[in-house]
Structures are given as structure tokens and as C-alpha cells.
Ligand binder design. Structure first.
Ligand SMILES: NC(=O)c1ccc[n+]([C@@H]2O[C@H](COP(=O)([O-])OP(=O)(O)OC[C@H]3O[C@@H](n4cnc5c(N)ncnc54)[C@H](OP(=O)(O)O)[C@@H]3O)[C@@H](O)[C@H]2O)c1
Length: 213
């Protein structure tokens, strides 16, 4: 299967949480990590999030000039089965191109292309082939928890970067990977630690998922 090289990136508390309970957004990365994230975005052809991240955080998903030499805005991709992206969401604004992937409708609204990929549910394997054909060779998956699980479960992740900040959130906040999760031991995602790097008050861990059969 031809697919982009997929890099998952997220920022987590020490207890594996990526937001506050109730999906309330929280800035977890420190300034040095933000610079790393923007450099990585700048190297990628596209950045992808799930609709719940758009609704919770309303991210711009752009590269800020202050962090990189020459800005090259990646395509912004939102997985959004029923096209719930609000029309005033930041991803709808023309800072960069946006692709909204649904299982229900196709349309073009200015800089935003809406495509249908899958029936009932967005087919992310098929989407990987479509993106590859469109020239997306490097894809950054920025979350949230449900989307990260789906990519891992489907063996689509080549590399995963988690920045751990020395904070504890607790409670039932979204974690690094939610979704259905592993029900049995053989459904666990095994990872190999490639690198651990100190970044300011936190640390970055680079993991390589071990492919499952
Ligand atoms: N700290 C970080 O690095 C970081 C980064 C990003 C997000 N976050 C946090 O993560 C939280 C949101 O995470 P979340 O798990 O609730 O939602 P999410 O992963 O952002 O979005 C999940 C939604 O995407 C849609 N979707 C469409 N096709 C899908 C597919 N094939 N696989 C998976 N999802 C698909 C589904 O909604 P439909 O059925 O309606 O399409 C699904 O409910 C927020 O609190 C946000 O702040 C943290």
C-alpha cells in the first residue's frame, strides 16, 4: 500500500493526558517544544486532526514564521464524517489550504475542499492512498486521542513523538490514545524507544510502533 510517512505528534502530562477533563484545551508544550512542533509541521506536506480537536481547540494548524526560516504551510486535514466543522472555525480561514474528509458530502468552499472517503465512516486506509496520490509524502497526525488510536490500530504510524511535561492532570481527561483501545493483550500496540531527549522542563520521546500482523 502506497501511503505517506506518518508522524504522530502530541504533548502529554506525565500521567498520559493530553487535555483537561471534558476535552478542555490546555497548553502542555513549553516554548522550546512549540518551536520543534512548528519546524516539524513546516517539514510535513500535511497535518491532520479529528473534528473533536477542531471543536475543542479551534486550532489554526499553521506554521508560525517566528519559529522557522522559510514558511511552507502544510495542507490542513480534518477527519469529519458528518461535516460538523463550524463555518467560522480557524481551519476554514484561508491561512492555508484545508481538506475536510467526510463520509457524507463533497463540496468546495473557497480554500476548503470537502471530500467523501468511505461509507458511514471515514476510511483512513483509503485516505492514505488518496493523499499519497495527491503528493502528500509526509503527514503529521496531531490528534486527538481517538484519531491517534485509529492510526495506531491500523498500522499506519511510522513514528510517534510524545512531549511529556512534568504535570499531572488525573481524572478522565483524554489520553494519548483513546478510541476502543486494546481489549486483549494481543491488541496492545508495542513500541520501540528510538530516542529520549530533554527539552527544557520536559522530555521528548520518539517511538517506533512495531508492526502487528
Ligand atoms: N496535547 C495534544 O497534543 C493534543 C493534540 C490534539 C488534540 N488534543 C486534545 O484531544 C481532545 C480531542 O480528542 P478526541 O479523541 O476527543 O477527538 P479527535 O481524535 O480529535 O476526533 C475524533 C473524531 O474524529 C472523527 N473521525 C472521523 N473519522 C475518523 C476515523 N476514521 N477515526 C477516528 N476518528 C474519526 C470522529 O467524529 P465524527 O464521527 O463526527 O466524524 C471522531 O469522534 C481535545 O481535548 C484536544 O484538546 C490534544
Amino acid at each position: 500500500m502506497k501511503k505517506p510517512y506518518v508522524i504522530v505528534n502530541c504533548a502529554s502530562s506525565i500521567d498520559g493526558k493530553i487535555a483537561l477533563p471534558g476535552k478542555k484545551p490546555l497548553k502542555i508544550s513549553n516554548e522550546e517544544d512549540m518551536a520543534r512542533v512548528h519546524k516539524l509541521r513546516n517539514e510535513c506536506d500535511a497535518v491532520l486532526v479529528g473534528i473533536e480537536t477542531v471543536l475543542a481547540d479551534n486550532p489554526k494548524l499553521i506554521v508560525k514564521e517566528k519559529y522557522v526560516g522559510k514558511v511552507r504551510q502544510p495542507l490542513r486535514i480534518v477527519l469529519d464524517t458528518f461535516f460538523r466543522t463550524p463555518e467560522d472555525a480557524e481551519v476554514m480561514k484561508p491561512y492555508a489550504k484545508t481538506l475536510i474528509v467526510t463520509a457524507t458530502k463533497e463540496e468546495k468552499i473557497g480554500n476548503v475542499e470537502i471530500i467523501k472517503c468511505g461509507n458511514g465512516k471515514v476510511d483512513i486506509k483509503k485516505l492514505m492512498e488518496i493523499l499519497y496520490e495527491r503528493g502528500i509524502k509526509k503527514l503529521m497526525v496531531e490528534g486527538g486521542a481517538t484519531v491517534i488510536w485509529e492510526f495506531l490500530k491500523n498500522n499506519l504510524v511510522d513514528e510517534m513523538n510524545v512531549f511529556f511535561s512534568p504535570i499531572i492532570i488525573g481524572g478522565d481527561a483524554p489520553s494519548i490514545a483513546d478510541g476502543e483501545g486494546a481489549k486483549k493483550e494481543n491488541e496492545i500496540i508495542n513500541m520501540r524507544i528510538e530516542k529520549i531527549e530533554r527539552i527544557g522542563n520536559g522530555y521528548l520521546i520518539k517511538l517506533i510502533p512495531q508492526q502487528r500482523q
